[in-house]
Design a protein around this ligand. Structure first.
Ligand code: ADP
Ligand code: MG
Length: 218
């Protein structure tokens, strides 16, 4: 059976879908940010991915690394807030890791998301449990890495199944931020009052990974 990969065309399809999803879920992200931030996360993410969608037609889909780096640059210049530089770094570093690749197989995808997570952690200095997007990304990366060593990792359905599990892990990670006290970003100004609310950035990470899994057919 052929090992499944994600092509540049599929990555572009994911980004289109992500722009739609973030526009549709703008109110949810805004509501979450209203509780522990400044109510702009939904608008920030919808704006950034609308800009990505607008640029997609002009981007080279033959090099997934270059495509992801361009997404990072677009997010850096359009999203604003704390999440703009963080998501910008995530996509830029993910793209850097797979520079020149025409398509991503499961090991490449796991390496790519891990590089993105490392970039976010280097830039934002957040650890797991600080109630940030890191809390959704870490379990997602772990799920992809676990899939690499699972029996059947080279099967045709392995990539799709791994992405489904990564998205589910990101969702669980985002939900697990509810009781946490924020230690990074704007929400940390609230101290203990930040507990009882789900982190907006962890939630947008989950939405992005769910969109990716859906693009892969999960
Ligand atoms: P801002 O907080 O500037 O208004 P957004 O509302 O767009 O920016 O994004 C807030 C999200 O950014 C938070 O929910 C959190 O997930 C993420 N975030 C903030 N600071 C950090 C950080 N230092 N490291 C990782 N993620 C962070
Ligand atoms: Mg905000």
């Amino acid at each position: 059976m052929q090992t499944q990969t994600l092509s540049g065309e599929q990555i572009a399809a994911w980004l289109e879908r992500a722009a739609e999803v973030l526009e549709r879920e703008k109110a949810l992200l805004t509501e979450l940010d209203a509780a522990i931030g400044d109510s702009d996360h939904g608008v920030n993410m919808a704006r950034g991915f609308a800009a990505v969608r607008d640029r997609l037609g002009r981007l080279d889909r033959g090099d997934v690394g270059a495509l992801l780096r361009e997404v990072g640059m677009t997010l850096l210049s359009t999203v604003g807030g704390a999440s703009g530089p963080l998501y910008g770094t995530l996509f830029r570093d993910a793209g850097q890791r797979v520079a020149g690749a025409a398509a991503l197989d499961l090991p490449a995808l796991a390496g790519c998301l891990e590089a993105g997570l490392e970039g976010v952690r280097r830039r934002g200095k957040a650890s797991p449990g600080d109630k940030t997007m890191v809390d959704a990304l870490v379990p997602a990366v772990d799920a992809l890495k676990a899939a690499l060593s699972a029996p059947g990792a080279a099967d045709g359905a392995a990539l799709r199944d791994a992405l489904g599990r990564a998205a589910d892990a990101a969702r669980a990670g985002a939900e697990a931020t509810v009781p946490l006290i924020a230690r990074k970003g704007r929400a940390s100004y609230l101290g203990e009052r930040s507990a009882g609310h789900q982190d907006p950035g962890a939630t947008s990470c989950w939405l992005l990974l769910r969109s990716l899994a859906a693009t892969a057919g999960a």
